[in-house]
Design a protein around this ligand. Structure first.
Ligand code: IVH
Length: 682
């Protein structure tokens, strides 16, 4: 064991080194050593301090792990009061602020402003005596706050000792305590896992975490600190502007916002507001506006204060993103793919700049978890262009049967069992969060999406049948399912609004052309859940014929490569539904067809060792489909024809590759021969 004097030196060195790594990690976001090395230094210091308790200093990084719980917070009187800011919401209010400032300064010229984000956390005042952090307190009533020193010590980004030079003997550094958005999500995930209550937003989580009597709890929550000003001690500084003051703080190792800047005049303020508004979603922490401060400190002093707010600064706030309102009802909506979403019908409330009357509750599990009930007062959030959502219930305001907080008046939410649009059963797979209407094409809510999918380029490829036209056709009652497309007449189509004769004729032609397709495209076009293009191709290759696919049971379906229980169940339930069968039969009857090929049941790799070259346009297969089929059968696709080419698959308008194949005597095949090759082998 080291001698005490040696130990003291070693402890000081360790402390300095650990704090240096802390700063690099937490302030500069640029770690300097691996975590394990850091832990080693930390443990060594901790051991020394345990051996020689006299060596323990208040600025030791070991203090960051938290201390024994307090019974209550002590009161702390701030050296200089913590004031608040006046708010502006509109550009005109910002202009008026700028005008007042110029009037106050008797300045005709544009004023320079220091601008920075308005952190949405909680205000804090940190006292440093001889550069060492000695005390920290919440704002409280502005004059007296709560002493939360042990909790603040646990914040890694808060310097326990100021670095650099030039700090006065005593100084109060003012700033905001925050929880980063990612940390908030992690904290809530942890709360959820443990069955503890989740926090509604990062601000509440930060406040809840800082105001813990047991600082070890605070230590487990990664709170951050950003400074935006100083209280007592300012008179000893020689800086002339707010911007210089912030630079000074940076030099002392105090974190400040990266987004701070100096701008010119009212226009500069409004441009900054817009810029930060755009950046807001990508910032790591929540902000609720920006703050404008006259940059020159002498000008600040000249302007002074009105009541409890400075004349030289103003907060330009974003419209509030959260508001309280009452749940009038809980409806369910059916999405275009059949997903059932519970939606809260709300007493209209102004939030995020608009009046909100509905808010999503995401899914059944979410409603249960948040336990949202009719009559509840809830926090509604609408951020940016995001769909408004119910964040949490204010349980204290839940109506009860009696006035004394008895039984709740309304029962927990129960998911309806039938689709509100088509009355089909609502189904939910095990392990699935989303409930779905089983109505498929039969359900009006799903019809449009199903028809759009059916007509898509990679499905039946009906050119000219876009979203708008599908809306028109379905709304007019002309098309209820993909099969109805094949019954459309020239008269009907040309009678539609915004539809010329030529477009009507082109569309009919495209519909007619789509009748000749491939089996794989047909399967894909049905829009069966979990059946994408590649599964559709596997199914087509495996079953070869529609009737065999329709007859397959779950077990037979699972014989197809890559078809597991989930896909097999989707297929089975889709083909079982009589309304789907009916649509399929009508499509066949309308003349939708494809080259029926013999089945390659065992999926034998019939093209192993063969090289094919594709050229020209094939009648039904797209180039990438043909390529995938060749590769699935073990063959290779080459880009140019040579002696080594086994087959050239040629379609219409085949060019030089075909000529070369003929010249070299390479076998040339068409699509029909190709499909035969795939099913029967070479
Ligand atoms: S300056 C003299 N700058 O907003 C007032 N405050 O209403 C000094 N806040 O609770 C405040 N970000 O905690 C200032 N960049 C910023 C800020 C900021 C957030 C908070 C502050 C206070 C409230 C003022």
């Amino acid at each position: 064991m080291p001698e005490k004097s040696q130990a003291s030196q070693r402890a000081a060195a360790l402390r300095a080194e650990i704090e240096r790594h802390n700063e690099a990690y937490y302030r500069d976001d640029a770690p300097t050593i691996p975590d394990a090395e850091y832990d080693k230094l930390f443990r060594e210091l901790h051991a020394l301090e345990r051996q020689y308790p006299a060596l323990l200093t208040p600025d030791s990084p070991t203090q960051r792990v938290g201390a024994a719980p307090l019974k209550a917070f002590a009161e702390h009187r701030h050296g200089v009061s913590m004031l608040s800011l006046n708010n502006a919401f509109e550009a005109t209010e910002v202009d008026a602020f700028d005008q007042r400032v110029r009037d106050g300064l008797e300045s005709i010229a544009a004023v320079d402003y220091a601008v920075e984000p308005k952190f949405d956390g909680l205000a804090i005042s940190l006292s440093y005596q001889n550069g060492v952090f000695v005390r920290g307190a919440t704002r409280g009533d502005g004059t007296t706050g709560e002493d939360v020193t042990p909790n603040l010590r646990t914040l890694r980004s808060l310097p326990l000792r100021l670095s650099g030079v030039g700090w006065p003997e005593f100084i109060e550094i003012r700033g905001e305590i925050l929880l980063f958005k990612t940390a908030f999500l992690q904290l809530n995930a942890r709360q959820r896992e443990r069955g503890d209550k989740e926090f509604a937003n990062p601000r509440n989580a930060a406040a809840g975490s800082l105001r813990q009597l047991d600082s070890r709890i605070t230590a487990s929550r990664p709170l951050s600190f950003f400074a935006y000003g100083i209280g007592a001690g300012a008179e000893h500084l020689t800086v002339k502007t707010h911007a210089e003051l912030m630079d000074l703080l940076v030099g002392w190792g105090v974190p400040v916002a990266k987004e701070r800047r100096v701008v010119h005049g009212a226009k500069g303020l409004l441009d900054y507001f817009e810029e930060i508004g755009k950046k807001r979603p990508t910032l790591p922490y929540d902000i609720d506006g920006v703050v404008y401060k006259v940059n020159k400190l002498s000008a600040q002093a000249q302007l002074g204060f009105v009541s409890r707010a400075p004349r030289f600064a103003i907060a330009h706030k974003f419209p509030a993103e959260e508001a309280l309102t009452i749940v009038l009802g809980i409806d369910v909506q059916v999405g275009r793919t059949g997903a059932i979403t519970p939606v809260a019908r709300l007493q209209p409330v102004f939030v995020g700049g608009v009046t909100v009357t509905n808010a999503t509750l995401h899914n059944e599990d979410e409603v249960r978890r948040k336990d949202v009930r009719i009559g509840d007062t809830v926090i509604v959030r609408r951020a940016g262009d995001v769909i408004p959502e119910v964040v949490a219930v204010v349980l204290e305001k839940r109506p009860t049967r009696d006035l004394f907080g008895g039984e709740p008046l309304n029962p927990p939410f129960a998911m309806p069992t039938r689709c509100p649009e088509c009355d089909s059963a609502i189904e939910k797979g095990i392990d699935e969060a989303i409930a779905r209407c089983s109505g498929g094409l039969f359900c009006p809510a799903q019809r449009k999406a199903a028809i759009i999918h059916f007509a898509a380029r990679r499905a039946m490829d009906i050119e000219g049948l876009g979203d708008k036209l599908v809306d028109q056709l379905v709304d007019a009652g002309l098309v209820g399912s993909p099969a109805d497309l094949y019954a459309l007449s020239f008269e009907t189509l040309s009678g539609l609004e915004r539809m010329g004769e030529k477009s009507a004729r082109n569309l009919l032609e495209a519909i007619e052309k789509s009748k000749q397709t491939s089996f794989a495209r047909f399967i894909f076009s049905l829009g069966i859940r979990n059946v994408g293009e590649s599964t559709a191709r596997d199914l087509a290759r495996h079953f070869g014929q529609l009737d065999q696919l329709l007859a397959a049971d779950i077990e037979a379906l699972q014989q197809v490569p890559d078809v597991g229980p989930v896909v097999a169940a989707s297929l089975h339930s889709f083909f079982k539904a009589s309304h789907h069968r009916e649509i399929i039969e009508r499509l066949r009857a309308a003349g939708v067809h494809w080259p029926e090929s013999e089945t390659n049941h065992d999926g034998a790799k019939l093209l192993i060792g063969k090289t094919l070259v594709l050229t020209g346009t094939l009648p039904t297969l797209k180039r990438d489909e043909a390529k995938a089929m060749i590769e699935a059968a073990g063959g290779k696709v080459a880009g140019s024809v040579s002696q080594k080419t086994d087959f050239v698959l040629a379609g219409e308008e085949a060019g030089s590759k075909l000529e070369k194949a003929l010249a070299l005597g390479v076998t040339v095949i068409d699509e029909a021969e190709f499909l035969k090759l795939l099913s029967q082998g070479v």
